[in-house]
Design a protein around this ligand. Structure first.
Ligand code: F1P
Length: 354
């Protein structure tokens, strides 16, 4: 395999097309999705997965509660196996949302099986593989074969499964405006991907980076977490993730020259987030702000303006293509091959694979 990251780069660039196909799938299946969730009469929704899929769950849970009003939470699959009583309510019905690109991750399959046996729960599984063990063991399965990947690290599978779950939330929440506004994402994504290579090149001109921090709140925290993981997996970097204002409560002690702090800016908290970035620049860190507004109340080192017409709960996947490309290009600059990340396999199976 040529060590040029071409597999991952191709999959990053395929995202707008894959998002278009995901929109078509969730349109075609809208009636079934609505009937299943209405019949579930759920009062609690638990989203879960492993690694990238857990971070996807964080964003999906935030948007599901916002658009449906159903109490929603995200946990790593392993937590649901070992500590279910701390997660599942004994009152009311629960809908489980297991998320797995492969549909073969041991913890996610085990969490689904064990929870359904012990709690009054139905399961709505999402994966890129229709005939996977997970989707053969759920009550409702949503398969997105168009987003299946060859690369070990998740890129288009993350954003397309999140887009699908945003559409599911808008469907169950009866939010027609949100359901239709998500259709703007493929075109917005194409525009952003045109800028991604140059932006990555501009940021990586600075060779002093030795610390990468990603900040995101609400539905953007799961996306910031995914960006943090990409920088570890692809480029083997020292990367961290926090909710924006949390960064003041201790973690900023390590910010200094050589720190690149990327803010996934929100519409809701942008004013306070801008003040924070000004303070962090004062510590010697450089700021890359991705925000829905042109004017940002402070000087920045790098900036990308995102679709301001889409709110915080709908525009989320637009933040990732540039951050995926940033990690990929950083890896290549270090002579690493993002298509073959160190220590990682495409599917994580445990020894007691049942
Ligand atoms: C997802 C996962 C990723 C990890 C790596 C291997 O598993 O574990 O989180 O970063 O890409 O796959 P899944 O979505 O297939 O369950």
């Amino acid at each position: 395999m040529c060590p040029d990251g071409s597999l991952s780069k191709a999959e990053i660039n395929q995202q707008p097309q894959v998002w278009q196909e995901t929109l078509e799938t969730t349109d075609t299946r809208r009636g079934e999705i609505e009937r299943f969730l209405t019949n579930s009469a759920c009062s609690q929704a638990i989203f879960y997965g492993g690694g990238s899929s857990y971070y996807l769950a964080e964003s999906a849970a935030s948007t599901f509660q916002k658009l449906t009003g159903v109490s929603s939470r995200a946990v790593p699959s392993s937590e649901l196996i070992f500590f279910p009583e701390s997660i599942l309510s004994k009152k009311g019905k629960t809908v489980l949302f297991p998320i797995s690109r492969s549909g073969e991750t041991t913890e996610t399959i085990q969490a689904t099986k064990s929870t359904k046996e012990r709690f009054d729960a139905v399961s709505f599984g999402i994966s890129c593989h229709p005939h996977s063990k997970l989707l053969e063991n759920v009550d409702f399965s949503l398969a997105l074969p168009e987003s299946a990947e060859e690369s070990v690290v998740m890129t288009k599978s993350y954003t397309s499964m999140l887009l699908a779950l945003q559409r599911v939330a808008a469907t169950y929440g009866g939010d027609e405006v949100a359901f239709r506004k998500l259709e703007e994402l493929p075109q917005e994504g194409r525009e952003i991907l045109k800028k991604a290579p140059l932006l990555a090149e501009e940021i990586l001109k600075d060779r002093n980076w030795n610390h990468f921090v990603f900040l995101g709140g609400g539905p953007l925290y799961g996306l910031a977490s995914e960006a943090m993981l990409k920088m570890k997996e692809m480029a083997l970097e020292n990367s961290e993730v926090f909710h924006p204002l949390e960064y003041r409560h201790g973690p900023k002690s390590v910010a200094e020259e050589g720190s690149l702090i990327t803010l996934l800016g929100s519409s809701t908290a942008l004013e306070k987030e801008a003040i924070l970035t000004e303070e962090l620049r004062g510590l010697g860190a450089k700021i890359f702000a991705m925000a829905p507004e042109e004017e940002f109340a402070t000087k920045l080192d790098h900036q990308l303006t995102l679709a301001s017409t889409l709110g915080d709960h709908l525009r989320g996947i637009l933040y990732l293509p540039c951050l995926q490309m940033l990690s990929l290009e950083r890896a290549l600059l270090k002579g690493l091959n993002p298509d073959e990340p160190r220590n990682l396999d495409q599917v994580v199976k445990l020894e007691d694979e049942s």
